[in-house]
Design a protein around this ligand. Structure first.
Ligand code: NAG
Ligand code: NAG
Ligand code: NAG
Ligand code: NAG
Ligand code: NAG
Ligand code: NAG
Ligand code: NAG
Ligand code: NAG
Ligand code: NAG
Length: 306
């Protein structure tokens, strides 16, 4: 559109570029297969390459949904099912207009490459592949710690992280106080198309409280759990109460001391004054001298002078 007002050579270049872009798009589409992701037990919809116009119907078409080139999952001819794979019986449906294949519930075995082939009056209309990638969720990892040796300096523990029922085979990763950590992982599965159970083990010497994390990653999904491991045996007789007792004791001593001072301040001046009261002048001097002293002292001095 932008090319239209340009001179003929520029127009030709533009057309050439356009063709190149179209070619590249075509190649890109051929190389990049469609991928449909689905979880085991859910419903998957695999798109086909043709939509039947509303003026026609499925009766004029033959549609093959195949898996891995060899297995016919579902085939239609003249509007009727002509073939259906036993494993997919009662689990598949095809949309009669856009030919989308529905699989429900999806099984792990359904993972793989599917092809949709459409013929109209025995002439190929289109054929396209779509990959169905099936995953199953691993359970949230369960971390357990078993103390094997305990001393004042360290606690030796066997840490186990386990997760089950997932697909495909997961990788385990971990962290110890947010530092990356390896698990010694092992997997079990009944077959290569069955859910996996994964177990990770580690022996740790814990010298202080640490947080351990276990993450299970599979096909772009991840689930993880963290656990705080406490250093159990600290070998200090009464660990926490000691400073508390010291504080309490200090407070009692301070209060006793303040009481003693107060009592002394209350009774001592009387003794002192009763001795010096004989001379009025000296008392007046004493009052003058202590005008800067705290009120309580002044009051006691005045009352004693009466
Ligand atoms: C096909 O049609 C169904 C409804 O009939 C719709 O849900 C689905 O999204 C359509 N798929 C495509 C690829 O157009
Ligand atoms: C088709 O299935 C066979 C065995 O079932 C397997 O060896 C082969 O790799 C599969 N091909 C594709 C393209 O998935
Ligand atoms: C499919 O459903 C029909 C009728 O409900 C049943 O007779 C048949 O055994 C089912 N097939 C499978 C493979 O489950
Ligand atoms: C699922 O199928 C795809 C496509 O055929 C294949 O690349 C992938 O390896 C399969 N996954 C598993 C776990 O077999
Ligand atoms: C974690 O594993 C322990 C021991 O195997 C078990 O007793 C506990 O119930 C499990 N916890 C969860 C949440 O699965
Ligand atoms: C470690 O923790 C700090 C803060 O708690 C965070 O900012 C940092 O990203 C963490 N590092 C790793 C490797 O997880
Ligand atoms: C991992 O476990 C295997 C088998 O239990 C054992 O032989 C191996 O020594 C362990 N590796 C580490 C690093 O703990
Ligand atoms: C995986 O773990 C689950 C639950 O703990 C258990 O029922 C199942 O038998 C295990 N599968 C295998 C293959 O060990
Ligand atoms: C843990 O520490 C104890 C001594 O405190 C030592 O005997 C043991 O080998 C250590 N274990 C590991 C896995 O470092």
């Amino acid at each position: 559109m932008m090319c239209l007002p340009a001179s003929p050579p520029a127009l030709r270049m533009c057309l050439g570029l356009g063709l190149l872009v179209l070619l590249c798009l075509g190649i890109g589409q051929a190389l990049e297969k469609k991928v449909v992701r689905s979880k085991a037990g859910e419903k998957a919809s695999l798109p086909c390459c043709h939509e039947i116009p509303s003026s026609e119907s499925l009766h004029k078409y033959r549609v093959y949904w195949q898996k891995n080139v060899t297995d016919v999952v579902l085939a239609y001819s003249e509007g009727k099912v002509i073939s259906q794979h036993e494993r997919y019986q009662n689990r598949t449906e095809m949309d009669p207009w856009n030919l989308t294949l529905w699989i429900s519930p999806v099984e792990i075995l359904d993972n793989g490459s599917y092809q949709c082939v459409v013929q109209r009056n025995s002439v190929l209309v289109c054929s396209e592949s779509v990959i169905l990638s099936v995953t199953a969720d691993f359970s949230k990892p369960n971390i357990t710690a078993e103390v094997t040796a305990d001393s004042c300096e360290s606690t030796e523990m066997v840490i186990t992280c386990s997760s089950h029922g997932g697909f495909p085979k997961a990788t385990l990763s971990g962290a110890l106080n947010n530092m990356s950590m390896e698990w010694n992982a092992s997997w079990v599965s009944e077959s290569s198309f069955s859910p996996y159970n994964v177990t990770g083990k580690r022996v740790l010497n814990v010298t202080k409280d640490v947080t351990i994390t276990c993450s299970v990653e599979y096909s772009g999904f991840a689930t993880s759990t963290s656990l705080l491991l406490k250093k159990t045996n600290n070998c200090v007789v009464p660990p926490a109460p000691l400073p508390y007792n010291v504080i309490t004791a200090s407070i009692i001593i301070v209060i006793t001391f303040i009481l003693a001072i107060t009592l002394a301040a209350r009774y001592l001046p009387r003794h002192v004054c009763s001795r010096c009261c004989n001379h009025q002048d000296s008392v007046e001097e004493g009052v003058k001298e202590h005008t800067k002293a705290p009120m309580s002292y002044k009051v006691t001095a005045e009352t004693s002078s009466v």
